[in-house]
Design a protein around this ligand. Structure first.
Ligand SMILES: [Zn+2]
Length: 178
């Protein structure tokens, strides 16, 4: 079991979807408020023996790397920080005129320890993106893979094609749910 208190939030967004909520004090990091204009999707590229529980503990260490949501192979969504929080997941990044996307994006880490991604993981990532887009009026064109926003280009390669091979199709699927 996790050493932190777990509880369910139902209808956190307008659509009912259970999100395991483990909000930590990441949400007050540096006192900044996230501008929430993008969603950056990652895959964790963890070592084969890494468990989902391991990764949750890892992302709690806000000094190094943090993220708003993680999604397990079973499709469980765990929220680790409030959407208003500035988390540290995008690294050096740029898209259009925006630099340092940590200040203006919500980060989603899809768990990946080398096993194949599951359909429920993809479906719930789409559902989660749609909920966040709806809530903060983020256009699907601003739901982007880490590899697209990482700077310099080529610095990051996640998510791999095995997660979603055609990103515009992924955006269309989100759009259908908004
Ligand atoms: Zn990434």
């Amino acid at each position: 079991m996790l050493d932190i208190h777990l509880y369910y939030i139902h209808k956190l967004y307008k659509k009912s979807m259970f999100i395991l909520n483990q909000i930590t004090d990441t949400d007050t990091a540096k006192g900044k408020v996230n501008q929430k204009r993008y969603i950056v999707v990652h895959t964790t590229a963890s070592k084969p023996n890494t468990t989902f529980q391991n990764i949750l503990k890892f992302f709690k260490k806000k000094d190094y790397l943090s993220v708003h949501y993680t999604i397990s192979y079973q499709g469980d969504i765990v929220q680790l920080a409030k959407d208003d929080a500035v988390c540290y997941h995008a690294g050096i990044s740029q898209w259009m005129n925006d630099k340092d996307l940590n200040n203006c994006s919500i980060g989603i880490e899809v768990f990946d320890n080398g096993q194949p991604f599951t359909d429920i993981q993809r479906e719930n990532t789409i559902e989660l993106c749609a909920m966040i887009c709806r809530r903060w009026k983020i256009p699907v064109s601003k739901v982007l893979p880490h590899s697209t926003v990482a700077y310099p280009r080529g610095r990051k390669s996640d998510p791999p094609k095995s997660f979603y091979k055609d990103w515009s199709e992924f955006q269309d699927k989100i759009d259908e749910k908004i």
